[in-house]
Each structure stands twice: as C-alpha cells, then as structure tokens.
Ligand binder design. Structure first.
Ligand SMILES: [Fe+2]
Ligand SMILES: [Fe+2]
Length: 196
C-alpha cells in the first residue's frame, strides 16, 4: 500500500466526475463494512478508492493492462468489456505503484465478476461497489439490507442480479462469474443460517 494521499492523487489523475465520487463512496462503504465484519478498515478504504482506477481508460488500454498479467481468461471474458477494468486495475496497481498485497489486488481484480472462494476483503469491495451511498438501482435497498446481515448473502444476491441481466441480454458469462455463483449458492444451500 502506498500512502492514502498518494493514492488519492493517482486516482484523481485517472477518474473524475461521478466516477471519482463513486470511488470515494465505495471507499467509505468498504471501511464501514470492514468495521462490521472484522476486516482492516484502512485497507478496505484503500482498495475501495482504487478499485475503478482503470474505468475511464479506453478498452484498448484496459486490454493492454490485462495482457500484462499471467492470468488466463476465457472467450466469454473478452466478449464483455464492462468487466475488464477490474482485471486491468490489478495489473496497473501492481506495476505502477508496486502493489504487492495480493488481497488488495484480488479485491480490485474480481470486483466486476466475483470468484469462487472470495476473501473477506474481496466480498467487501464487491458488495460496497453496489451499496455505496451514490448507487441507485431498483434493488439497492435490498442489497444494502443484506450487506448488513450477511456478506455471503449480499454477494449471492448481486451475482443473481448481474447474471439475470446477462442472460436477458444473451451475453456470454465468464468463468469467474459462474464459479462465484456456484460457490455462493453452495454456501447458502449447505448452511442457510450462516452469517459472515
Ligand atoms: Fe468497477
Ligand atoms: Fe465501482
């Protein structure tokens, strides 16, 4: 982690307007959820602040960052530009600021798709992205309520919502998203009373 003031300056050179406001919103919401669930609030704030740092880059530039990573992607991934910026941002942070904290990198990388076996920080950033105070979509209050009850339930609800939209639009669904859905569905099926 670089000092938060330095990260703020970097984020401000790559994002502006509502994207910047959203990033601060996610940072604050992530810190709040971190306190609630026993994660480091400063780390959560930091990851939230930089999670969308590549969001305003061109698709070509995002792809260039993705290709600098050794992580293999399937065809479905490359058919969905909206999910690229998380994977691009992980590469960007690793290279540009020398980020070595794998949990932060994974939280940024998988915030657009989720993945099986997400860490607490990953679930916090994934959820905070959809529950920060500036968000406004039909199910937002349901997701906010779930986020205060169980992150696993919140993540599953968000994945269902996102998958439903993809299926409705005949989009292919990438591997990480499918594996995330199956993982969180199994958690719910195996232990519906689980709270974390
Ligand atoms: Fe994002
Ligand atoms: Fe975001």
């Amino acid at each position: 982690m670089i000092p938060i003031e330095q990260m703020e300056r970097l984020v401000k050179t790559h994002l502006n307007g509502h994207r910047l406001t959203h990033s601060y919103g996610v940072a604050q919401e992530a810190a709040r959820l971190a306190k609630r669930y026993g994660e480091d609030p400063q780390k959560a704030y930091y990851a939230g602040l930089c999670h969308d740092i590549c969001k305003m880059m061109s698709e070509e530039e995002q792809l260039q960052w993705i290709k600098r990573s050794a992580i293999m992607q399937d065809d479905a991934f490359f058919h969905q530009p909206p999910i690229w910026h998380g994977y691009a941002a992980a590469s960007f942070l690793k290279e540009k600021v020398g980020e070595t904290d794998e949990d932060i990198l994974n939280a940024v990388r998988y915030h657009t798709t989720g993945r099986a076996g997400m860490s607490l920080l990953e679930k916090i950033i994934f959820t905070a992205d959809l529950t920060e105070e500036g968000r406004d979509y039909p199910d937002v209050n349901t997701v906010r309520t779930l986020a205060d009850v169980s992150l696993d339930q919140a993540v599953l609800y968000i994945l269902r919502y996102q998958l439903g939209r993809l299926l409705g639009g005949s989009w292919p669904i990438c591997r990480d998203c499918v594996e995330a859905y199956n993982w969180f569905l199994a958690l719910e099926t195996e232990n519906p009373k689980r709270r974390s």
